[in-house]
Ligand binder design. Structure first.
Ligand SMILES: [Zn+2]
Length: 101
């Protein structure tokens, strides 16, 4: 999608914007934090917060992830590290996860 780069750069008026790649890298951690304390997540990852303000697809991903976390519960260590990739790859390589409550 090279045709989009100029447009993307134009959209990226915030120099702190982490971009889609940078956002995806910390998306799971960000979502987990945002579920409990959104302002804290934004303060901790300002570049991601800046990106989410301008990127619809990433915002949708985050929303889906946060829904998943709320449904599965969350806690230190992040249950999501196992459940999210499994959900994304449509259940492929699903591991018998430890369910702690
Ligand atoms: Zn994005």
């Amino acid at each position: 999608m090279s045709g989009w780069s100029a447009f993307e750069r134009f959209l990226r008026t915030d120099p702190a914007d982490a971009g889609c790649g940078g956002t995806m890298e910390v998306m799971d951690v960000y979502a987990e934090l945002a579920v409990t304390d959104r302002p804290a997540a934004e303060a901790r990852y300002p570049g991601v917060a800046a990106h989410l303000r301008v990127c619809g697809p990433c915002t949708e991903d985050l929303d889906g992830l946060m829904t998943l976390i709320r449904a599965n519960g969350h806690g230190p260590g992040g249950i999501l590290r196992t459940s999210y990739p499994a959900a994304v790859s449509a259940g492929r390589g699903k591991k018998p996860g430890r369910s702690r409550r």
